[in-house]
Design a protein around this ligand. Structure first.
Ligand code: SAM
Length: 292
């Protein structure tokens, strides 16, 4: 190894040590890992992850980077390893990237929409404390992954969904093939299945918007409503540009005026009616989000 390379390596290690508490600076040492021109995730991660930094966690990132090149990518995995010195870091990519494994980094090859594969990985590693999704750009894949993996997070766990811009990109297929020839990034945005309609129901942002309502499921005045797994286990959601961070726990605080999705008896009494029927309300059907 040339002297200049030895010096550069030493400098990199020193910077990693100096920046170890600061994810924004740390991410600048790794190619495109969470702090590029069009995504500024490191500042948000810093806020959410700082209290957990020294804990012994299991952290999974889907999407290792480097696309078809089996030797390329892995920057974000290495960044997480530096930031979380006591944690195990797992990576999943559709492309075989085993050669990027190293101390505290374990890699699995498979698709993030493959339930059998994901469950097999978690059976091997144990449940995760943090899951970061930066893999497929297809809305349908992202929704499937959330439905499979969120239930397999530990209690208190965090699920981070990057690049939610795919919700707003319609599939244009052939019409974009020219553009996609020029860039791997665009090639991954040809058939993402987003929508120009902000009220579309099948995008990743539509899923999160519906899940946000579920935070308040105990306030729904809708007799017969049956809460979903997600209603009962999502306790907080943070929305940022192109990033949604969801916390798992027990969502069971209760409501002041609603009990089992109908009015609490004291409210009926205060209103001077015998039952909810007397109020002649019209209840709309509330669609559940991915009941487990
Ligand atoms: C944007 S890159 C990840 C960048 C990396 N997380 C970083 O921050 O440096 C996306 C990766 O997702 C992988 N990918 C695409 N579709 C996938 C799928 N269905 N399942 C798993 N990985 C997938 C690609 O091969 C690519 O390496």
């Amino acid at each position: 190894m040339k002297l200049i390379q030895v010096f550069q390596n030493l400098q990199h290690h020193l910077k990693k040590l100096i920046y170890r508490n600061n994810l924004i600076k740390l991410s600048s040492l790794y190619d495109d890992a969470k702090w590029g021109d069009n995504h500024r995730f490191a500042q948000h991660y810093q806020k959410h992850f700082a209290p957990l930094r020294l804990k012994k966690l299991k952290i999974l990132e889907i999407g290792i980077g480097g696309y078809d090149d089996p030797e390329a990518g892995g920057d974000s995995l290495r960044m997480w390893r530096s930031y979380f010195p006591n944690s195990m870091i797992y990576g999943i990519d559709i492309v075989e990237k085993k050669s990027l494994e190293s101390s505290r980094i374990q890699i699995f090859q498979g698709s993030q929409e493959d339930k059998y594969f994901l469950e097999k990985v978690i059976a091997k590693t144990g449940q995760m404390d943090i899951i970061i999704v930066d893999g497929s750009s297809v809305n349908e894949h992202r929704i499937k992954t959330f439905n499979i993996l969120f239930p397999l997070l530990n209690d208190g766990g965090i699920y981070a969904e990057e690049n939610t811009h795919i919700s707003y990109w319609p599939s244009l297929g052939e019409k974009w093939s020219k553009l996609s020839e020029k860039s791997v990034f665009l090639a991954n945005h040809v058939n993402v299945g987003g929508s120009l309609d902000l009220n579309a129901s099948d995008t990743i942002m539509a899923m999160y918007k519906r899940l946000a309502d579920g935070l308040n499921y105990q306030e729904f005045l809708n007799p017969g409503y049956s809460p979903s797994y997600f209603d009962k286990h999502i306790v907080a959601m943070h929305f940022y540009h192109n990033l949604v961070i969801t916390y798992k726990g027990n969502n069971n605080e209760g409501s002041n005026i609603i009990e089992n999705n109908t009015l609490h008896p004291f409210v009926l009494e205060t209103l001077g009616v015998k039952s909810l029927d007397d109020l002649e309300l019209e209840f709309s059907k509330v669609e559940q989000q991915g009941n487990k």
